[in-house]
Structures are given as C-alpha cells and as structure tokens.
Design a binder for this molecule. Sequence first.
Ligand code: TXA
Ligand code: MG
Length: 349
Amino acid sequence: MKTEVRIIDDIKGAEVYINRAASTIVNGGTVVFPTETVYGLGANALDEEAVKKIFVAKGRPQDNPLIVHVADKNIEYLVNDIPDVAKKLIDRFWPGPLTIILNKNDIIPEVTSAGLKSIGIRMPKDNIALELIKKSRTPIAAPSANISGRPSPTDVHRCVEDLEGRVDFIIGGINSNVGLESTIIDCTVNPPCVLRPGGVTLNMLREVDENIYVDSAIMKKPTEDFKPKAPGMKYRHYAPKAKVTIVEGDIEKSVEKINEIVQNYIEKGFQVGVMATEETRTFYKQGNIISLGSRNNIEEVAKNLFETLRKFDDYAVDYIISEGFDEDGIGLAIMNRLRKAAGFDIIKA
Ligand code: TXA
Ligand code: MG
C-alpha cells in the first residue's frame, strides 16, 4: 500500500492536505493524525469495513475496542443515554484528554466496540484532528498509531516508522503535548470509574463528582483469568524492545541501586539505558543516560516518556532501568504506563 505522508505544523496552509485526508476517511481509508495525547490511526467509526482496516494495520487483537473521536460535544446520536455526570464531564473537559464510556446505540458497528454494548468517546483538542473530523463529517475511530504492543507515538516520524505502507495517509508534525493516552472514565456505572489514568487527573475529575474512583486493577499485574474492564489494559503494552526494570523508592537509594544494576549488566557485556531525571542525571556514570525532565515538572516527564522508550530502541540497548515517580496527578498515569512497559518488574530501593 502506498502511504501519502504530509508533514505539517499547523492547519494554516495545510487545508488541501486535510481535505485529502478527510476524503480518505470518507472513502473508507485509514489516516494517521495528531492529537494532544498521542497520534491516532483513524477510520470512519460507522463503517465496518473501514474499521477492520485499523485492526489489520496495527496487528491489533479483535477483542480490543476502539475510541470514537468527535469534533462536537453533541453526541446524542451515538449513544443511548447520557447521565448527568457525563454531561458535566463533557462540558468541563472537552475538547481534551478524557474518553467517556457510554452505552452505544446501533449506529456504531460491533467491530468498533469489539462486541461491547458500550463505547468510548473523546473530543480531542488538536486543531488538525478537529478539522479532519469536521471535514470527514463522521466520527473517527482511532487507537494509538503504533504497531500493537509498542509505545504510543507522540512524534509523527514514529508513526511513519511503524505504519508507512500499512495505512493510506499520515498527516501531522507537532509533537503531542500530553504524551500519554487519554484518561478513560466509565460512565455506564455509578459512581463513574477511571479505567485508565491520563492527563485529566483524579483530582480534576473529583471536582465534578467526588465519588469518582480509580479501578484498582490499573496497578496490578494481569493474570490468566484477570479481565480488566478496559480490555486493552490486559495486553503487554507500551513496551520497547529492551527489558525494562523500575527502581522505586527513596531517590538517593534508587540512584545507588540503579548504578549497581547498570555496573552488573555492563560487566556481562550488555548495553544499558538509564531513564533519569534532571535532578539525578549527573549521578550516573555508565550506560546510556536520558533525562525525562525535571521532577518539578511532572507533565514534562509524561510528555517525554514514550519517545524516550523509543530512543532506547534506536540505541539498541538490552536493558532499560528507570527511576520511579510519585503517583500524584499525572504521576499515576506515568507509573501505570511504566509498570506495564516493565511487565511489572519492580525493585524497591
Ligand atoms: O488518547 C487516546 O485515547 C488515544 C488517542 C488516539 O485518542 N487513543 C488510544 O486508543 O489510546 P487505544 O486504542 O490505544 O486505547 C483504547 C483503550 C483500550 O485499552 C480499550 O480497551 C479501551 O480504551 N476501551 C475502548 N472502548 C472501551 C469500552 N467500551 N469499555 C472499556 N474500555 C474501552
Ligand atoms: Mg494504544
């Protein structure tokens, strides 16, 4: 398949390409586009054949439902009913990094929801994404634009790396500024339950309804018979090629422990990457050291996480050792993704 790749920074001057991308959607094709969380791999959410192409392009398991992206807060035509709390969440957080799960109606085909009666819906904040959806005149189903299992892409060049030749169109240029996938909140239950932490934090959600809580499964290692409410959360996710280990606990002790582990691997002839922070980077003497940013700017750490995992793949390291982070605010989402990337291989410092 020939992929049209258009690198653009802004909607200004790019109208002709956005129009072409929208025609691709209308004609049942697949388009990779930017969002403020991560890049998405989209197709017409209401067209069964088009949606099937997403699963093929990504190598995505069929039982993993897609998120439907809209450009308008009016979503009555897609769902059976919208509880008051969901209306409040939409008003407060859309456009933005919040996916709301509601009971779908028949307009949404079963392939899109992977057979579930519910559907996740999100209005992204990115201008190119919004223009693309508007011009396509249909909601766009889109998972993250990576080959299944790899870290989600926050940079268009990573989408090209994973998906050129597998999709019809790739459009984008600006890096995603949240850097982690959207928060998912299930509003088919009362009180609503967070199934995946993200840029809209628990404290922010609790300003709308103080009873909102986080599904306890998000920090647990999936087992054979474990069925998380967000089907996608059971897969090995966000994983670079190297084996990841997290050292959690007191930061000074963590640095010491990480240095010890790195030394050990290097003696055995392995290539090692260290995910450090601005505060600690100079304390590491060996290995490939990349700083995620400052611990005082946890949003920056979130934004850099997936790209850093992919950089270590470029360097072909065998092992990645990462520091841990507090679970406050977006820190919860960072630790959720890191622990999954590590397959829950965690060492206490
Ligand atoms: O930020 C994002 O959400 C990005 C951008 C592109 O919008 N998209 C994204 O999609 O992360 P994806 O497919 O990588 O993750 C979707 C997650 C999966 O874990 C899936 O199981 C869950 O959402 N999900 C989708 N529909 C669901 C439903 N009806 N009930 C429970 N979980 C659902
Ligand atoms: Mg994904």
